[in-house]
Ligand binder design. Sequence first.
Ligand code: CO
Length: 435
Amino acid sequence: MNNVKNLLSFIDRSPTAFHATANLCAELEASGRTRLDEGGAWKLEPGRGYFVTRNTSSVIAFDIPSGEADSFRIIAAHSDSPTFKIKENAELSVRGKYTKLNVERYGGMLFSTWFDRPLSVAGRILVRTEGGMEARLIDVDRDLLVIPNVAIHMNREINDGFKYNAQTDLMPLFGDGEAKGKFRALIAETAGVPEDDLLGCDLYLYPRVTGRVMGREDEYVLSPRLDDLECAYSGLAAFLAAEKPEKGVNMLCVFDNEEVGSGTKQGADSTFLYDVMQRIFIALGKTQEDAYRAAAASFMLSADNAHAVHPNHPEKTDEENCVYMNEGIVIKFNANQRYTTDGVSSALFHKLLKDAGIPCQHFANRSDVLGGGTLGNISGSHVSINTLDIGLAQLAMHSCVETAGSRDVDYMINGMKAFYNARISVGRDGEFGIK
Ligand code: CO
């Protein structure tokens, strides 16, 4: 249960991708890993660990082996979750009596889950400094906003299904008429800077809900942002707990912007991972051929949560290739390779899990359902290595409060640790050594 407690605390302290990244960095730093900057020169020493961020919302950590850096064992997850972003002109007035915040959706959330609950604002601001400007985290951290439902007396048909309009139905109430023109001041005051020094912001809503353990035997966790901070946190815990590698580089990547297609400079569909791998080779004095050989011997786990069978709608999932909470790590398959798992990567991971005594289960969408994509196939277009899509089973994905299995957290951490501790080598194409 200790890992569950730490996971929920991590999520609670991570209302946005910026906060998640900062919290990951703090733990990496506390573990003795050295922070690098993409703008600086890299001197890397065998046997030491490092991490680097991009946009302060994505992070890549890696441990250089004491011996040969002949391969990479990579775990990838994402730092962002569906939410609402506050527009530059942040306020809307209603008859001079109400002030609402003007928001647009970030990613594909379940709208109805955001209603009638206390919300707050967090994100990143750019603050003027003597020599220029700097990014800072901000979290208003109090009950500030609500998106109120329309009373049933004003819409008797709402329970028969309702089509929400993002411009009219989803604007959160910020205050009375007097609140107009006060939002920027509130942000500046929270940051402790003069309003004039507030040069830019990326601000998002988050629900004021702390994660909790529940169910008859405490078998479930109920928390915001389980997709995908559960995998990001598990990846960190495994990375920190893994043995110091003798051969091969252990790497943890947590990318921003998965929920909006990953196509940003810091997303999985960027050169961030490729750039870091290249720079490791340059810093270690390796040749281009060494880099190609290492790529051929590398594996990636792309970790993002999966859909558990729904208690009220078991028919939504395939009858056999379906997964349940607390029954272990989910390996995801898709014939059209929206999930990257294939015979090779699943065989390798099965062997590792079996040897470590960790349960796993198999997921494929119903054949008449398209399903969602994730990081693996996107990242693979930049760094082409053997990849496996995994996750943990959960309910209500993209609700602002999701449900997962409390026993699965240990399974994931231990499974990822077994992956980091594995020694994989390649022979001819199709031949692998696994220790
Ligand atoms: Co996800």
